[in-house]
Design a protein around this ligand. Structure first.
Ligand SMILES: Cc1ncc(COP(=O)(O)O)c(C=O)c1O
Length: 421
């Protein structure tokens, strides 16, 4: 297996100099499905789930997997079978979660700009909590619920002005970000609506960002939330849970990141102080390591200054993170040549200069038709794919129990054109 964080299960590794996923040959998958193709390890999802679940053993907790990381039905079913619940960010994600077999009270519903239709759907379903972004949204929910003669279960998302020390594009807990209600106003927002028909305050919510790899911001967020929950208790607002959001990062570079145990250690003292059951919304930490994007080299270009490009048949349309955040992904040839590593620019085929997976990456020699795997792409990979350049969405495969199956077929041109007049 590729050396990495010892406490994290990594499904991709070389056996007899061929890259495998849990012992299943990536070449055999490509032989049937072509490239590009996303491959996921069910075992990696289970191991990641168990790591978080075990880290919080002894403290009442619920793991609401954040669908935004990857919402392919078969993966959701893996999470559900483990006892997981769901965090949805749109009406589409709510509906997909229900189709995957989650019950309405397994769902929390987050999202910075929920439409009236989305709120009506969530209220009608009776989800476990709507994580509310503003006083205005609370009032809209109250109206919708009162019209139906029910009380909607709500939690206010607090913006604690804490720097998650992650990439600025995935930091959400600063006062310059659009998310949540300012901490200084949150208590009043609850107090002013304590007796409003149509609202039942069940929790407090925070999510300060994604790919967080240091414990301090997570500790501070938990402390802030705990203080707020205690203050609300003294105001007579009895809550049922504290929702700490997601954000637990992974080691994209193969070096140790914050483990589930580190995460629990960072937040449990604050949780214990207030005693409320905790809701966790991990996305990336559950599915990122599970995924690989397998792609073929379609061209090799050597410039006179000896810069070398390997052009893949996958690009920012399949995996947007490098173009969007400059993010790093390990790249492994599926059958690495026995040559010394030299620097390669690994790029996609899209007509955008940002369509680059890696610059100056030390890799063995690459030739046209070679296969490469872009690792740790189970989260924010397939879900962010697009049809730009009229490219078709790649198929997705789940490796489980020594076999594999197609969990989403490759899109066809007819699939896209069916929408057009
Ligand atoms: C509200 C909320 N919860 C959970 C998540 C999942 O975050 P992550 O994948 O970093 O765990 C996100 C992602 O941004 C989010 O916005």
């Amino acid at each position: 297996m590729i050396p990495c964080e010892i406490r994290v299960y990594l499904p991709y590794g070389l056996t007899d100099r061929r890259l495998m996923c849990d012992g299943v040959s990536l070449e055999s998958i490509v032989e049937r499905l072509g490239t590009p193709v996303y491959v996921y390890s069910a075992r990696a999802v289970r191991e990641a789930y168990r790591a978080i679940d075990e880290a919080f053993t002894g403290y009442p907790h619920a793991i609401h997997y954040a669908l935004k990381a990857n919402s392919t039905l078969a993966l959701l079913r893996v999470v559900r079978q483990l006892g997981g619940r769901a965090d949805a960010n749109s009406i589409g994600e709510l509906q997909v979660a229900l189709r995957a077999g989650f019950a309405p009270d397994d769902l929390v519903f987050t999202g910075v700009g929920k439409t009236r239709a989305e709120l009506e759907f969530a209220v009608a379903q009776g989800v476990a909590a709507i994580n509310v972004e503003s006083p205005g949204e609370l009032d809209r929910i109250a109206q919708i619920a009162a019209d139906r003669g029910v009380a909607a279960r709500v939690a206010v998302r607090v913006n604690p002005d804490i720097d998650a020390k992650s990439h600025p594009n995935i930091s959400t807990g600063l006062k310059t970000n659009k998310f949540g209600v300012a901490l200084s106003e949150a208590r009043d927002v609850y107090r002013a609506r304590r007796d409003v028909r149509g609202l039942r305050f069940v929790g407090v919510h925070v999510h300060i960002g994604s790919q967080i790899t240091t414990p301090e911001p997570l500790t501070r967020a938990a402390e802030v939330l705990s203080d707020l929950a205690l203050a609300l208790r003294s105001d007579g607002v009895a809550l049922e849970h504290m929702d700490l959001g997601g954000g637990l990062g992974i080691g994209y570079d193969g070096r140790p990141a914050l483990s589930a145990a580190d995460y629990a250690a960072a937040v449990l003292p604050a949780l214990r102080r207030c005693g409320l059951p905790v809701v966790l919304e991990p996305g990336r930490a559950l599915v990122a390591h599970a995924g690989a994007l397998v792609s073929r080299v379609v061209d090799v270009k050597v410039y006179p200054d000896s810069r070398r490009f390997a052009v893949l048949d996958a690009g920012m349309t399949e995996l947007m993170r490098p173009a969007l955040y400059g993010s790093f992904h390990r790249i492994c040839p599926v059958v690495p040549r026995d040559t010394p590593d030299t620097p390669w620019d690994v790029v996609g085929p899209i007509c955008e200069s940002s369509d680059v997976f890696a610059r100056d990456r030390p890799l063995p020699e690459l030739r046209v038709d070679d296969l490469v795997a872009v690792l740790d792409t189970g989260a924010y990979g397939a879900v962010m794919a697009s049809n730009y350049n009229r490219r078709l969405l790649a198929p997705e495969v789940l490796v489980d129990a020594g076999g594999w199956s197609v969990i989403r077929r490759r899109q066809t041109l007819d699939d896209i054109l069916a929408l057009e007049a």
